[in-house]
Design a protein around this ligand. Structure first.
Ligand code: HEC
Length: 150
């Protein structure tokens, strides 16, 4: 082999090596750039504010609103927390008639919409779970074994 040829081979391999290193740098840089996330862009979202948490029920109580978990709760939340806090509802105790009258009063004076088929559901839910507790008189004793005084 001539000296000239050896020189050419060496020059060519140097060029190839430089080219290879350049390609590695370019792809390495691109890879790094594509995966780069500045630390300041990562914002931690508190768990309480995520949407899945809205449905959470703990000890039979809907955590986000404080409503007792029972049939009709969803319709009640949807229709009764749009204008005022859920507390205004849950702190009240009324009979079915009382709840119906309150709803009618809001419909007549506060622009509460027609509840349609949900009215039955909501009234049953409210009168069952938010019934008057103070009856003024104790409830009848049931299943009592009476005994004769001697
Ligand atoms: C369109 C708005 C609106 C919606 C929806 C609504 N309310 Fe009201 N409600 C009001 C307003 C206004 C008041 C009066 C608030 C006040 O006194 O500060 C009120 C008051 C009340 C009160 C207190 C009444 C009193 O005597 O103090 C209760 C209980 C109540 N709402 C229950 C409900 C229930 C149950 C629902 C669902 C069926 C409901 N609200 C949906 C507007 C609404």
């Amino acid at each position: 082999m001539g000296k000239q040829f050896q020189k050419q081979v060496r020059a060519l391999s140097k060029t190839l090596l430089s080219f290879l290193i350049l390609v590695l740098f370019i792809f390495g840089g691109l890879y790094y750039w594509a995966n780069y996330t500045p630390q300041s862009d990562i914002v931690e979202i508190p768990l309480e504010e995520t949407a899945d948490d809205y449905d959470k029920v703990e000890n039979g109580v809907h955590v986000a609103t404080g409503f007792i978990d029972d049939k009709g709760m969803e319709a009640t939340i949807q229709n009764c927390t749009a204008c005022h806090s859920a507390k205004l509802v849950t702190q009240n105790r009324m009979s079915r008639e009382g709840w119906k009258a309150t709803i009618e009063w809001m419909q007549e004076t506060q622009n509460l919409w027609d509840l349609g088929a949900n009215e039955e559901l909501i009234l049953t839910y409210l009168s069952k779970n938010y019934a008057p507790t103070d009856k003024g008189r104790r409830q009848n004793l049931e299943d009592i074994e009476w005994y004769e005084l001697k």
